[in-house]
Every structure is written in C-alpha cells, then in structure tokens.
Design a protein around this ligand. Structure first.
Ligand code: ATP
Ligand code: MG
Length: 228
C-alpha cells in the first residue's frame, strides 16, 4: 500500500572522483521501499557502500542522481534547513562511529533532538532519562562522552536516535561495539519502538543475530541492492 511507505529510494547513484580524477561509482541505481513497522537489514562487504547509502537516505549526504522520498515528500529540492527539520521530525540516525557531541553530558546528548524540536528542557530531560534507563545507562547520565567505553557510547547514540520516536531509524552497525547481552537489549528496544510507535528500521550490519530478527534482508553488491 502506497501510504504505508515511510522511506523510498528511487534510482540512487553516488559517484566519487578519486585522486587521479577517475570517477568511482559506489551506488549504481539503488531502489528501496521501507514500510511502516518494518525492520530491514542491509549486508555487504566492507567498502560496498552501506554507510554511503544510509547517509544519503538520512539526508546527511546528497546522491549524484536519484531521489529520496520520506513520508511521500521528495527531498531532492529541499533546502538544508528543510532537510534538517525533516531529519529531526521523521528520522533517527545511529552513526557507525557514534558522533556524540563531545562537550555535552550523556543526558544532554540524548535530550538534544527534543530540544531542537523545541520541547521544554524539563520534558526533553524527562524523556531522555527514560530511554537512558532502557539502554542501561541511567547511572552514567552525567558523564562526558570521552569517559565512556565504546559500547556505552554506542548505547548513548542508540538512545539519542530513538528519543524522538522517529518514523524510521537508520542504523549503521548499531551493535558493532556491543557484547551479546547488550546487543540483545538493543534488539528488544528496536522491537519495542516498532510495536509502540510503528517505527521502521533500516540497519547496516554484519551481526548474524540482528540479521535473524529482520523482516527483510538485502545485500548491497556492485552498487545495487538485491534480496539476500
Ligand atoms: N568522501 C569520499 N570520497 C571518496 N571515496 C569515498 C568517500 N566516502 C566513501 N568513499 C568510498 O566509498 C566506498 C564505500 O564506503 P562506505 O563507507 O559506504 O562503505 P561501507 O559498506 O559502509 O563499509 P564498512 O562495512 O567498512 O563500514 C569506499 O570504497 C570508500 O572508500
Ligand atoms: Mg560503513
């Protein structure tokens, strides 16, 4: 059903120019539809373009051609400001390398998407505390990111991506720094968000446990997505 599609990629291509002025096609006509409440995983070898694709779908990078359509809205001609609003309202992004704001505490990092949404400071902190509890980091809410382990930073990044209950979470290797126990806690969180808010997930991962809970599995190969 058309109105069930949360995010659509239409013939996305991405080309980089290398040091010798040769163009390298990383994405070569990617087509994809993510439906409401769906968990989709993307696998593919290192360098196949998974992060590149997620950044383009998350409006953090622009395709060389093709379009990204979010909740029926074609984003091609949107201004940076319009894209950042759409990102804040509809999307959650978990970066491969976390990208926490280094000068803000854990609690402030997780509150930030709600502050940007103009929620009150008190409301933002209240929601952030709930989700930090769910990722098992209540006791570290006043810590600065540099004092956390890699797995703890990853869980803060997961909490931050979900605090707004987005329509679609784009997650780049979200369990790459986690042990099995914490990875399973995160799967529970993903499925809770899906059942409670109808959120969808597009997850780049090599984690076989995470792959096994997905509704749909895709492989990025030679710049295109195929059923896996
Ligand atoms: N800004 C850039 N300029 C030139 N080449 C780039 C740029 N960004 C990415 N690439 C190249 O695009 C290819 C895809 O990179 P990408 O990070 O998307 O891969 P990936 O599938 O996420 O890999 P991994 O599993 O290691 O995270 C790589 O060969 C990379 O070197
Ligand atoms: Mg990557």
């Amino acid at each position: 059903m058309l109105d069930n599609i949360v995010l659509k990629a239409d013939n996305i291509c991405k080309t980089y120019i290398d040091d010798n002025n040769n163009s390298i096609n990383i994405l070569n006509g990617v087509n994809l539809c993510i439906n409401k409440s769906e968990i989709v995983v993307v696998v593919g070898s290192s360098g196949s373009g998974k992060s590149t694709l997620l950044h383009i779908l998350g409006l953090l990078d622009v395709p060389s051609s093709g379009s990204v359509i979010i909740q029926g809205l074609n984003t091609v001609n949107l201004s940076e400001k319009q894209k950042s609003i759409l990102r804040n309202v509809n999307l959650g992004f978990i970066y491969q390398f976390h990208h926490l704001l280094p000068d803000l505490s854990v609690l402030d990092n997780v509150s930030m998407p709600l502050i940007i949404r103009r929620n009150s400071f008190i409301q933002a902190r209240y929601e952030a505390k709930i989700i930090l509890d769910l990722v098992g980091l209540s006791d570290k809410e006043n810590r600065m990111p540099y004092t956390l382990s890699g797995g703890e930073r990853q869980r803060v990044a997961i909490a931050r991506s979900m605090v707004t209950k987005p329509d679609c979470v784009l997650a780049d290797e979200p369990t790459g720094s986690l042990d099995k126990v914490n990875a399973y806690k995160m799967f529970d969180l993903f499925t809770q968000l899906r059942s409670n808010f109808g959120s969808s997930f597009l997850i780049a991962t090599h984690d076989s446990d995470l792959i096994s809970i997905a509704d749909r599995k895709l492989i990025l190969e030679h710049g295109t997505l195929l059923e896996y």
